[in-house]
Design a protein around this ligand. Structure first.
Ligand code: FMN
Length: 384
C-alpha cells in the first residue's frame, strides 16, 4: 500500500500515521477504533468521556459529588477502550491520551492499563512520573513534547528509572490544534520548534546518552495535511506523523456533524490563538462564544481575574485552573462546559479547537480510510 517505511512501536508494526488524542469526546472509540482497524495508531483522549454515555450523565446529575463524577469518567474511559479494541479487530494499536495538567491524570493512566490499552500518550506537562505509574505493565509510553530541551529532560529522568519512551511525539505549537506546548503566545514561531532542528538535536542527545538512534521513533505533529507534507517529515528524520484536525473531521470522528463543519469550513482568518484556563496558549475557531469572550477578555481579567471561584461543573478537572483559582494571567472560562458544548454541535456556545493549516480534503468530510490513503500516497496516479 505504501512505500513509506512502517512504524514500529514496542514490537508492533504500524502504518506510520498516528491519530492524535482530541479531548472531551472528539476522539473516542469510533475514531480510534477505525484508525486502528486500518493498521495505524488510534488514540482515545481520556478527558471527560462521560458526554458519550447518557446513563453516566444521568448518574452525575442525580449525584454531583466530585467523587461520583470522577468514577463516572473512569468508567466511561474503560468502556471506550473496550469498544475501540473490539472495533479494531486486533489490528493497529489503541492509545489513551492523558494530559498531565488534568487532576485525575494518575487515575486515567491506571484505567488505561487495567482496560487493556496498548499505549499511553502524555502531554500538557512533563510526564516525569509515567514510568512509576505504569511499573510492571506491558504498555507503550509516548510523551508529547515540543523542543529538544524537554525531550532531553524526560530521557534523563526516565533513564534513572530504567525506562525509555517507546516513541516521542514532537508537536509544533505554531501548527497544532488544542493546547500548545509553549509558555507564551509570542514564542510560537521560535526556530527551536522546527521539526528538522528538534529531530537533529534529539539525535545528538541520543548519542550523548548512549541511546541507539533508531531505538525511539520520533513522530511529528502539527499541520501535516498532504502526502508531500508526510514525505517532508520523513525527509527531516521523522519515523511517523501525528494528525489531529484532519481526523476530527472524518466520517468516523466522534463529535457532532456541526463540530466537523465548523472545523472543516474555517478559513485561515477564522482561526485564533489565545490563552486558555490552563495558562497555556490554545488554538481554536472564532465561533460566537469565543469572539465574545476574547472581546471582553481584558475586562473579565481586571474584574474577576484574581477572584477565586467554585468550579462551575464540580468536576475540578484541572490541577490548576485560571477561573477556579483566580489566576489573572490565565483564561477565565469553564473549559469542560465549552468543549462539551462543541462536542454536541452547539455552535453558539462551544469552543472548537482546531489546527492552523488547511485540511487535506478542504471542507469535505471523508472516511478514515480515504484520509490514510491520501497521506500514504496510495491514491496518487502511478506516474506522479
Ligand atoms: C479538537 C482538538 C482537540 C485536541 N485535544 C487534545 C488533547 O486532549 N490532548 C492532546 O494531547 N492533544 C490534543 N489535541 C492535539 C492533537 O492531538 C494533535 O497533536 C494536533 O492537533 C496536531 O495538529 P493538526 O491538528 O494540525 O493535525 C487536540 C487537537 C484538536 C484539533
Amino acid at each position: 500500500m505504501t512505500t513509506l517505511p512502517m512504524l514500529t512501536i514496542r514490537g508492533r508494526t504500524l502504518l506510520p500515521i498516528v491519530q492524535g488524542g482530541m479531548g472531551v469526546g472528539v476522539s473516542a472509540h469510533r475514531l480510534a477504533g477505525a484508525v486502528a482497524k486500518e493498521g495505524a495508531l488510534g488514540t482515545i483522549a481520556s478527558i471527560d468521556l462521560r458526554h458519550h454515555h447518557p446513563d453516566l450523565l444521568e448518574r452525575c446529575k442525580a449525584d454531583s459529588a466530585r467523587a461520583t463524577l470522577e468514577v463516572a469518567n473512569q468508567e466511561a474511559l474503560a468502556r471506550e477502550i473496550g469498544a475501540a479494541k473490539r472495533l479494531s479487530e486486533g489490528r493497529g494499536m489503541i492509545a489513551v491520551n492523558v494530559m498531565r495538567a488534568v487532576s485525575s491524570y494518575a487515575d486515567s493512566v491506571r484505567t488505561a492499563c487495567e482496560s487493556g490499552a496498548d499505549a499511553i500518550v502524555m502531554g500538557a506537562g512533563l510526564p516525569l512520573d509515567l514510568p512509576d505509574l505504569t511499573e510492571g505493565v506491558d504498555i507503550a509510553l509516548i510523551p508529547i513534547l515540543s523542543d529538544s530541551r524537554g525531550i532531553a529532560l524526560v530521557l534523563k529522568k526516565w533513564l534513572k528509572k530504567n525506562r525509555l519512551p517507546d516513541a516521542i511525539v514532537i508537536e509544533h505549537p505554531a501548527h497544532a490544534g488544542g493546547h500548545l506546548g509553549v509558555a507564551h503566545l509570542a514564542d510560537m514561531q521560535d526556530a527551536r520548534f522546527d521539526f528538522a532542528r528538534v529531530i537533529a538535536e534529539t539525535m545528538q542527545t541520543f548519542d550523548t546518552l548512549g541511546i541507539e538512534r533508531t531505538r525511539i521513533p520520533l513522530i511529528v505533529a502539527g499541520g501535516v495535511n498532504s502526502h508531500e507534507a508526510v514525505r517532508a517529515c520523513f525527509a527531516a528524520g521523522a519515523a511517523g506523523v501525528q494528525l489531529g484536525t484532519p481526523f476530527a473531521v472524518t466520517e468516523e470522528g466522534d463529535a457532532h456533524p456541526n463540530f466537523k463543519r465548523i472545523l472543516a469550513e474555517a478559513a485561515p482568518e477564522d482561526i485564533v490563538d489565545f490563552v486558555s484556563v490552563t495558562g497555556l496558549p490554545a488554538r481554536a475557531v472564532k465561533t460566537p462564544w469565543l469572539m465574545r469572550y476574547l472581546k471582553n477578555e481584558e475586562r473579565i481579567r481586571t474584574k474577576i481575574g484574581a477572584r477565586k471561584q467554585n468550579c462551575p461543573t464540580g468536576l475540578d478537572c484541572l490541577a490548576v485552573c485560571g477561573l477556579r483559582d483566580g489566576i489573572e494571567k490565565f483564561g477565565h472560562f469553564c473549559i469542560d462546559t465549552r468543549l462539551s458544548a462543541a462536542l454536541r454541535g452547539d455552535v453558539a456556545n462551544g469552543l472548537f479547537f482546531r489546527g492552523r493549516e488547511a485540511l487535506p480534503f478542504g471542507s469535505a468530510i471523508r472516511s478514515v480510510r480515504e484520509l490514510l490513503d491520501l497521506l500514504l500516497g496510495a491514491t496518487r496516479p502511478a506516474a506522479a
